[in-house]
Design a protein around this ligand. Structure first.
Ligand code: MN3
Length: 245
């Protein structure tokens, strides 16, 4: 490869030409390469049993998540002019990502972000596991009651064809909705904030549930970490003082 410097300059100019200035463009570049790492699980591999078995957690976290991170790092390394954006910034600005790595960032950046959120969204099985406080009120206001929200989430996840995610998301006005995304697409890329997501790729459940995705979707509520989801909702309402908190 020759003309490396020129390529770097052209890469920077591409942002200007697109009229899309990435949000991180003005931040100080303290590292020369953006490198992402797999966060450690906040609990033991077997902590979610019997809802999610130990081997599934080992393969899912150590192998699948690591593969997304490695591929994301390889893609980002091709464009040092991007600086050191966070994975959120990358996913929120896909249009500003150089075309030759945009699909890789979408797939593997999404895989990294979605799984990082997923691990934090779970905890050991809890009896009568349900949200409280402002989040419970918001779910009731948007879906009728908590059970109706759960049912909408389960149905959306069960009906998603192929691999993807089912989400509880909030838009900029605080409106809550259930949605699905295919593959590793993130709600961040369409301007929505994920509060809770469940992975419905077969690798997330196949060892214990085989083809019974619906059983996995129903059992999964036992391990949802509602205090963490409530924290995400509180951050959102802190940014939007007009929302009920
Ligand atoms: Mn997965």
């Amino acid at each position: 490869m020759r003309c490396n410097r020129r390529q770097v300059l052209l890469g920077g100019l591409a942002f200007v030409a697109l009229g899309v200035k990435p949000a991180w463009a003005d931040t100080q570049q303290v590292e020369l390469t953006a490198r992402f790492t797999v966060p450690p699980l906040p609990y033991a591999y077997d902590a979610l049993e019997p809802v999610i078995d130990r081997r599934t957690m080992m393969f899912h976290h150590d192998k699948h998540h690591t593969a997304y991170v490695n591929a994301l790092n390889a893609a980002i390394a091709k464009h040092p002019e991007l600086g050191t954006p966070s994975v959120e910034q990358l996913l929120q600005n896909l249009a500003a990502i150089p075309a030759d790595i945009r699909t890789a960032v979408r797939n593997h950046g999404g895989g990294h972000y979605n799984h990082s959120l997923f691990w934090e969204s779970m905890r050991p099985p809890q009896p009568n596991n349900r949200p409280t406080g402002a989040l419970e009120k918001a779910l009731t206001a948007h879906f009728g009651d908590f059970s109706s929200f759960q049912e909408a989430f389960i149905q959306a996840g069960a009906q998603l064809f192929g691999s993807g995610w089912v989400w509880l998301v909030a838009d900029k006005t605080g409106r809550l909705q259930v949605m699905t995304t295919p593959n590793q697409d993130s709600p961040l890329s369409v301007g929505l904030t994920p509060l809770l997501g469940n992975d419905v790729w077969e690798h997330a459940y196949y060892l214990s549930y085989q083809n019974r995705r619906l059983d996995y979707l129903k059992a999964w509520w036992q391990v949802v970490n509602w205090p963490v989801v409530a924290q995400r909702y509180a951050l959102l309402t802190a940014d939007q003082p007009s929302l009920p908190s």
